[in-house]
Design a protein. Structure first.
Length: 408
């Protein structure tokens, strides 16, 4: 039996030398510097990360083309065209919807003034002094909202340079994806845990994008039908807003609900506005709370509170695009740095949505922290070894079953 001390990792030796509090301060400082650096290059990092996740999402499409005996270059080209098509449809729908909104908002100026007067009368009936509130109406103009909508439209059009960067990056990643499996296989021979982490992240982010897109589209279609039945103007515009805001966790539903409710209030009064709220709540509850989990479960694998915190964090770090990438970015941190890291697995229990699924993740023995056997330990007798072997027999049988799988 070896009596040599077991070598510890650099992190553990540093922590023991300087103490846990100081080591925690060093780690926190490094994270702050990392976040500050990401914020400075957010205009580059966020689009590239989005393209990487989209290429991962479309990888099954490449495999379908290869099964049809398409050459590699043609499969990569078709994947690239699919990514471009999705981006063009979403950006075009957003630009068209914002344009229609900017053109029709001025029509509701008189309705807004009437609603404001009614609100003041209601407050005065309850004894509230509204003498100073009347001057506020002169400062509120629907045209200002039109200017805001036009600003959003100009932001979309001026973002064509960013879209061009994303389109250029997509070319390289789409064609590099042809050798993705070979690269992961090579990594697996050197670092199996890292290869498993990348594979797990690709599967999870693909599942998230597909589930969010499909069910977001279903919700948007039902929202448009409900708005059309109620008689709310710009029903298609609000459907596009509902679809896009579906990618924003937690607050996306509110973002998609408020504008059509206000327009329904200005155009038809409290009845249509209340009908819009009830319709949106019922549609989202039935589809995303009752139906979606039956087919997909929790695609993201993170709790609702963590999703909300990640929304605030990544929006502050990566800007507006960070709100759309909040869940994929958190998935990347969780899968790469937590789920497949023996020393960080405990943190996964704090952020996961399903503790039962967390228990199923593979666990790796941290051999760096093995306790060395005492030097004066007596060697075991043959009888002791036999007794210990018989007591361990069931676990040995399970290991054999796990290793053979369905090979028999």
């Amino acid at each position: 039996m070896s009596t040599e001390p077991v070598e510890t990792t650099g992190a553990s030796s540093t922590a023991s030398r300087f103490g846990a509090p100081l080591w925690g301060i060093v780690v926190a400082g490094a994270l702050v510097l990392l976040c500050a650096g990401l914020r400075e290059v957010a205009d580059i990092v966020a689009p590239m990360f989005l393209i990487i996740t989209l290429v991962m999402t479309f990888q099954p499409l490449r495999r379908i083309f290869l099964r049809w005996h398409f050459p590699n270059w043609l499969a990569s080209l078709l994947v690239l065209i699919a990514i471009y098509l999705i981006m063009a449809i979403i950006l075009g729908a957003v630009a068209l919807s914002v344009t229609q909104l900017a053109l029709q908002l001025p029509e509701y100026q008189k309705a807004f003034e009437g609603g404001y007067d009614w609100a003041l009368k209601t407050l005065r009936a309850f004894g509230v002094d509204t003498s100073d509130w009347r001057s506020l109406l002169s400062k509120i103009d629907i045209s200002s909202f039109t200017g805001a909508a036009q600003g959003v439209l100009s932001g979309v059009t001026s973002g064509f340079s960013l879209v061009g960067l994303m389109a250029l990056v997509a070319i390289f990643f789409a064609f590099d994806g042809a050798t993705g499996q070979a690269r992961v296989a090579l990594i697996r021979t050197l670092r199996p845990s890292i290869a498993d982490a990348f594979t797990d992240f690709a599967d999870r982010v693909r599942s998230y994008w597909i589930v969010t897109t499909v069910f977001g589209l279903i919700v948007a279609i039902f929202d448009v039908v409900a708005l059309w039945i109620i008689g709310v103007p710009l029903a298609l515009t609000w459907g596009v807003l509902a679809f896009v805001s579906n990618y924003i966790p937690n607050v996306g539903f509110i973002i998609g609900l408020v504008p059509p409710t206000l327009i329904a209030l200005l155009a038809g009064g409290w009845g249509p506005a209340l009908a819009v709220v009830i319709s949106y709540v019922v549609i989202n509850f039935v589809i995303q709370t009752l139906i979606q989990p039956r087919f997909t479960g929790d695609a993201a694998g993170i709790s609702a509170s963590v999703a909300f915190i990640s929304l605030i964090f990544w929006a502050a770090i990566l800007g507006p695009l960070g709100a759309l990438l909040a869940v994929p970015a958190t998935l990347f941190v969780k899968v790469i740095l937590i789920d497949h890291s023996p020393n960080a697995r405990w943190f996964g229990a704090l952020i996961t949505a399903d503790v039962a699924e967390e228990k199923k993740l593979p666990r790796q023995k941290n051999r760096s922290f093995r306790r060395a056997e005492p030097a004066n330990r007596k060697p075991r007798s043959s009888a002791q070894q036999v007794n210990e072997g018989s007591s361990d027999e069931p676990s040995g049988e399970r290991a054999d079953d796990a290793s053979t799988g369905d090979g028999g």
